[in-house]
Design a binder for this molecule. Structure first.
Ligand code: AMP
Length: 350
């Protein structure tokens, strides 16, 4: 393969940035990562790394000057920063998408406005807003911005509980009706510049303490839900005019209703298994889409189960020997922290 002259900028240096850089390397695309974390694991996988606060104009300009196109591995980059970079170099997916998706309230409004269902929700500014929305209890109170993996979330069984908890109302929050979950699934889709796309089959996800623990294909769902989930993910990508890989997370309730939980405007943890189950992974497809490379027809190779390795568990995985159908990924994080994703293990199945 001829070495591409293209240089891809990636904002964020965590495991998703690392796996994007690895996929780019396979395509002979050079990667430069911009991160504010001196210990960012992506430094082990990319070609160059720039350490800087995300709002330091000089570093951002240096970064933009060195790259041809910019993408990101996490959605919570301040909109102003992404917007500034997009004046210097193309940013894909486009920053206006992040503005919608960064905030749980505007995200859910967008989804409902295009005719797709979510659980019922309301914006909460004070204690009275909770008392006035008893029909949403039991529910989950979530900060509108910056919450992930259950962070910034309270489960409220009833309104008395709400008055006992120390809830800070200085930040915007939403109250969501708690769904009686039968299952959770996600759909990963990559949309290309010419409205072409590739879509993976739905992935079944199991969460423990609100953190993804296990992802499996095939998902144990009926044909109707399989097709509906893919159609909805496609519609969301189209309406957002999305370029790159994104993921839609869904709840399936006890009555088999399909509800969107959230949109991740990036490659997603549940899609890690695509590295081993498909001819082209979610990471390579993302690179292909944002760098405007050829779309290759997606082919499934096998089924698989992926398990996240969290916190101290990593010690048991690092010295193990693995069989031919087991693929262990060590994120090479220097510090082991409780509840932190440290690696994953994908086991392929026929
Ligand atoms: P989130 O950070 O909003 O994606 O939530 C993380 C996990 O918490 C989800 O994947 C679910 O397992 C659980 N969860 C979040 N919101 C709800 C809800 N409204 N009803 C039931 N479970 C929920």
């Amino acid at each position: 393969m001829v070495k591409s002259k293209l240089v891809l900028g990636i904002i964020g240096g965590g495991q998703l940035g690392s796996m994007l850089a690895t996929a780019a390397k396979k395509l002979k695309i050079k990667t430069i990562v911009l991160t504010d974390d001196l210990k960012a694991p992506a430094k082990n996988f990319c070609d160059e790394i720039i350490f800087s606060k995300y709002d330091r104009q000089k570093s951002i300009e240096d970064f933009a000057r060195k790259v041809d196109v910019v993408t990101f591995e996490f959605e919570n980059i301040p909109f102003k920063v992404l917007e500034y970079i997009s004046r210097l170099k193309p940013v894909l997916p486009k920053p206006s998408i992040n503005q919608i998706v960064q905030n749980r309230f505007t995200e859910k409004n967008f989804i409902n406005n295009i005719g797709i269902k979510t659980t019922n929700y309301v914006l909460i500014n004070n204690q009275f807003d909770i008392s006035n929305n008893k029909d949403l209890l039991p529910g989950l109170l979530k900060t509108c911005t910056l919450g992930y993996d259950g962070k910034g979330q309270f489960v409220l069984e009833n309104k008395d509980e709400a008055s006992k908890l120390k809830i800070e109302f200085d930040k915007e929050q939403i109250l969501e009706k708690k769904v009686n979950l039968k299952k959770e699934i996600s759909v990963v889709i990559t949309r290309f510049l010419n409205n072409d796309f590739v879509i993976y089959e739905p992935i079944e996800n199991k969460h423990v303490d609100q953190i993804l623990y296990r992802s499996i294909i095939p998902a144990d769902i009926n044909k109707d839900i399989f097709e509906k989930a893919q159609q909805q993910a496609k519609l969301i990508a189209e309406k957002l005019d999305y370029i790159g890989t994104m993921c839609v997370e869904y709840f399936i309730d006890e009555k088999n209703n399909l509800l969107v939980n959230e949109i991740a405007p990036r490659v997603h943890n549940s899609g890690h298994l695509t590295i081993n189950t498909h001819n082209i992974s979610q990471f390579e497809n993302h690179i292909r889409a944002v760098c405007n490379l050829e779309k290759i027809e997606l082919k499934k190779i096998c089924n698989a189960e992926m398990i996240n390795v969290i916190g101290n568990e990593i010690k048991n995985y690092r010295d193990k020997t693995y069989s031919k159908n087991e693929f262990f990924f060590d994120y090479m994080k220097l510090k082991i922290k409780e509840k932190r994703k440290m690696g994953h293990l994908t086991t392929t199945k026929l």
